[in-house]
Design a protein around this ligand. Sequence first.
Ligand code: ADP
Ligand code: MG
Length: 259
Amino acid sequence: MTYNAVRTQPRGGGADAPSGQLGHDGARVRLEGMSKTYGSGLVAVHALRGLNLQIDAGQFVVVLGPSGSGKTTLMNIVGGIESPTEGRLLVGDRDLAGLDDEALTTYRREDVGFVFQFFNLVPTLTAVENVALVAELVGKREDDARAALDAVGLRDRVDHFASALSGGEQQRVAIARALVKSPEILLCDEPTGSLDADVGRSVLGIIHELARTGGRTVLLATHNSVIATMADRVLRLRSGEVVGDVLQPNPARPEEVTW
Ligand code: ADP
Ligand code: MG
C-alpha cells in the first residue's frame, strides 16, 4: 500500500462508514508560562522552562529537538499524562489544571490520540482487535475499528495478528488505534524512530494526510530535521526552551523527503 493509495481512500473509511466518524475539528492548544521540573534541589531537572505557545486548530506542528530537549515531556503534558509544575495549559476552552482526575481521564481517553515510537500493540491480538480495544473504551464498535484500519491502508491486514505484521504495518495499526477515537489532538512521539526511511515516509504520509483532511491538531516530536520540512510549523526545543518557531507556508510533501 502506498501513500498515494491511502490518499484516495474516502474520508471516514468507506462509503458504508457513518460520515465524519474519523474526522474532528482540532482544538486550539495554549501554553502559558508552562514549566516542568523533575525532582528538586540539586537534582532538579528543568525539562521545560516557561513555554508560551499557541497552536491553532488543524495545524501540523513538528516539535524538533535533540534527545533530552523536552519533547516527550511536552507531548505528555499536552496529552494529560503528566501535569506541569508551573503555568497553564488550555485545550479548547478547558484549563487542564482545573480538571479533576475523572475529567482528566476522560480528556486523555476521548480527546487525545497517542502514537509512540514502539507501537505498543498486543502481539497476540489481531489488528482489528487491537484497535477495537480502544474503540470500546470510547463507546465505538468493531465497525469503527475496521474503518480506522481502512483509513490507514490496512484493509487486507485486519485479521492478522499484530506479531505477524511488519514494523510499518504495526505503526499503522497504532495510528488507527489513535484515530478510532476521533481525537481532537493527535500526539506522535518519534513515530518513525524505529522504522526504515521508506516505511517511515509512508507512515508520515498518513499522519500528514490526517492533519490535512481531518482538520486535526497534530504534534509530532522528532530529532530528525528532515521530517520537520513537512510541517506547517516547526517548534525547535533546546534544553526545555523554545529556540525557534517558524511557519512553513509550503511544507514539503512526504514523498519529497528522504533521510
Ligand atoms: P526528549 O523527548 O526531547 O528526549 P524528554 O522530555 O524525555 O526529552 O526529557 C527532558 C529532560 O527531562 C531530560 O533531561 C530527561 O532526562 C528528563 N526527564 C524526563 N522524564 C523524567 C522523569 N520522569 N524523571 C526525571 N527526569 C526526567
Ligand atoms: Mg522523547
